[in-house]
Structure formats: structure tokens, C-alpha cells
Design a protein around this ligand. Sequence first.
Ligand SMILES: [Zn+2]
Length: 127
Amino acid sequence: MTTATAGFIDTERQKLLGEQTHVIAELNNLRDLMQAEVDVEPDEGDSEIFEREKNAALIAVLERRLIDIETALKAIEKGNYGICTRCGTAIERERLEVKPDATLCLNCQREVERLSRRNRPQRQIDW
Ligand SMILES: [Zn+2]
């Protein structure tokens, strides 16, 4: 069963390709920045290190984003775009319009987020 029409998938594909170009450019920028900032002045050490950690975190986020985008593009090629990789049901179309690289349906996304929150050593208010 599929709710996605060819026109819709084509629009999503265009969005993904645009996003992919953007993310790759951003990653290249950040990586250049990381390379350029190898020489750290002792005075600026702390803020430099903070900047680098921020950039490293951003790179990690973008790399994951890129993988999601590539996964979605591959799914389009294979003809199973918009199918949740966790439970196999069709991902909500409204969700795909907002997040074309979504690989999980809303229910699974919530479940995954709930589980990852639980694994974090944070105090949980649970009632
Ligand atoms: Zn699902």
C-alpha cells in the first residue's frame, strides 16, 4: 500500500536534492573551519575549544542528516519511499512534507525519542 503519488515523490526528491547540496556545503565549511583553527592561541584557548566542540557537534548532526537524506533518496529509487523503516507502515504525508528525509512514522519517531531519553542519565519526572 502506498499513499505517495508520483508527483509528490518528485517534489520530495527535489527537496531532498536541494537539502543534500546545502548540507554538503555546510559540512565542507565546518570542516575547513576545523582545519583552519588548529593553531590555538593560549589566551583564546577556552573559547576556541568551545567553538571547536560546537562545530564538531554540528558536523555530527549534519552527517546524520546527510545519511537520512541519502537513505530517503535511495528509497525513492527503490520505490519504497515514505515507508517507515521500523514498522513498515506509510509515513504521514504531512510529516514528509515538513521533513522529506523522515525514515520513521510519527509513532515510531516518538517511541525512539522516548527510548533515547530514557537512556540518558537525566532525572526523569515520571508520573
Ligand atoms: Zn513506524
